[in-house]
Design a protein. Structure first.
Lengths: 352, 352
DNA sequence: TTGAAAGCGGTACCAC
DNA sequence: GTGGTACCGCTTTCAA
């Protein structure tokens, strides 16, 4: 075993070979399950491996193979429950496929998302799953990443790259329709984005309008509340402003759960009962909404499928890299409207 | 530029050298900011780098350097807000130090935590941050990881390895004392662990008892509620059982925020007012507690410091590896009791 | 069935 | 200042 001045260095294939009394190539054959190795040698080698405590050097293997078994996942931030849960799923599914995940945070800023695409620190990954907020589809134009890429969430069509997205519009429409079906007529929309015509906000807004149209109702601009950053604080503040302004309403559709939970607080803070006075629906099905009181009706966007499909697609890209004959694909898994107490599902308030 | 049968392969140092008309070693010198390079060559080389679109191959560099710039982070799961926020901080701080983070999930199971220690898939990391739930300190005994290791959260003393932990006992004591200072006398403790004498639960329990003792109050075993897994559902169920059993109480100290938020729901579901009827304190300062209604009083365990110290310690271990003269260290940053509405801070309910 | 030798793409020591 | 050369540890033809 090689001893360096700095101390004991890790045993290598050669060390194992020496102990086993074979060539180091044979050791490699054994470890890689090559078909032709006599059982006797195999046993002998494995014993030697055990004895010297051999651990393969992945850096060397990666260099040789040109693949690392690592994929990158770039999300705005893990503090946002949706992305944390997405990362959870991705890591879990990747692990099933013997992939390991390097997580990067972009803050949702375009600059850093671009950097994630090019970042040399990430170049040891075989491919990248990117959940962008600030990117436009021009940014992705010509193989921007220099390696396999799958975009999550944002439907930056017509993209030259694979997308795993959501049925933003259809789901928003279903959510709004659910409120209308309860007889609500003045549905506040929380989270519109001003100058955006193709992003997530625009699509969900379109779904909202479609549902109103289906019901023969006009869009009341006074009910459409723009909020750029979809977090709880903004949700609470915006809801507060709307309420304090005396806007009449009987329902709220928030573009994500964080906004919805912020809004819920503001509603309750002002003594309004949910869902009696105001029914509330969110989007994302983040865990926090399940044990609030009332629990939150929301859209489950198919997070599990998104993660599974994304990892699978990326892996196909990685394997296909040499040939490159896969066209860009866009997939949006089925969503599910999860009806809970905030729109009247079995509210079980006792006493009171 | 090397062309393989499979297509264009990435340009290497040699390709750059050829274009620049220098030896590939010179290119390496330029890229590594070696002191002695003439400005002219440097410019020439950089132009060539640009021209051929050279991107360094990290696998090769890692092999040569024996370091990858990647650290591992193993947590139970990112779906738990506390760990997601911890991961957020760790990734952020690591990025500041030009480290990148590979995230692994253990489910909090001892087997998988052990696997994370040994996992060859992780062997391309320079070191590991491990947040264990199931490990005992014997598991960590003799350099179990085979590489630098820092343990987060659990104080598995007397550990032979670095720990960054929390002031579990002192913080729990402060939290309980806060409730007692409000005049509450029957404080339910949510989340005790049965057969555990040294883990997090035991330490927080000790803090709870200490605060009671400080106030000259006895421990009422009827108020100590065991819950093994600290999630919202369990918190809600346990709280529900206690309430339905008619146990008298005027406060709850939950061992973490998830339990507290679950409990909050059960309290409200039964028409009890928080904090009027029951005051509530959690532990962790997870983001979800800030915009519930009422917002949640909790312990901020110094998460930011924990992340920063952990990354720094790990980095020291990595750099020190050859010498190995650092003794194991244990650090527990300052905590902070964050008083919010669930213990009566400026409840601003309007109307109602 | 086993072994020798040639790299994978860099870095670093040490001449020139 | 610049460049030769060895080598990090492993995989993979190709011989033996």
């Amino acid at each position: 075993m090689a001893i360096t001045p700095e101390g004991r260095s890790a045993p290598t294939l050669r060390d194992v070979a020496e102990v086993a009394g074979v060539s180091f190539k044979t050791v490699s054959n054994v470890l890689n399950d090559h078909p032709q190795v006599r059982e006797a040698t195999r046993v002998k080698v494995l014993a030697a491996v055990e004895q010297v405590g051999y651990r393969p050097n992945l850096a060397a293997r990666n260099l040789r193979l040109g693949r690392s078994g690592v994929i990158g996942l770039a999300v705005p931030e893990l503090s946002q429950a949706f992305f944390a849960q997405l990362a959870d799923e991705v890591i879990r599914i990747a692990a099933e496929q013997d992939l390991v995940v390097l997580v990067e945070q972009t803050g949702g800023e375009r600059e850093r998302e671009l950097e994630a695409l090019r970042n040399p620190r990430l170049s040891l990954t075989d491919g990248l799953l990117l959940a962008p907020l600030g990117l436009t589809h021009e940014d992705l134009a010509p193989d921007a990443a220099g390696r396999p890429l799958v975009v999550l969430g944002e439907p930056l069509f017509p993209g030259p790259v694979d997308h795993v997205t959501m049925q933003h519009e259809a789901a928003a429409r279903a959510a709004t329709a659910h409120l209308l079906a309860l007889g609500r007529r003045r549905v506040v929309l929380l989270g519109a984005h001003a100058a955006e015509d193709t992003g997530v906000a625009a699509l969900r807004y379109a779904g909202y309008r479609a549902a109103l149209a289906d019901a023969g109702l006009p869009v009341d601009d006074g009910l459409v509340v723009p909020i750029e950053t979809w977090d709880r604080q903004r949700g609470a503040e915006a809801m507060g402003r709307v309420l304090d302004a005396g806007v009449r309403m009987d329902a709220v559709f928030a573009m994500n759960d964080d906004l919805a939970l912020g809004a819920l607080r503001s509603l309750q803070e002002r003594g309004l009962a949910v869902p009696r006075d105001v029914a509330l629906v969110g989007f994302d099905d983040v865990a926090d909404g399940r044990y609030t009181f009332p629990s939150l009706t929301t859209v489950e966007p198919g997070r599990h499928d998104i993660a599974r499909i994304a990892v699978t697609m990326l892996r196909e890209r990685i394997d296909d890299r040499p040939r490159g004959d896969l066209g860009p694909r866009v997939v949006a898994p089925d969503f599910r409207l999860v009806v809970r107490e905030s729109t009247g599902a079995e509210v079980r308030a006792r006493r009171a």
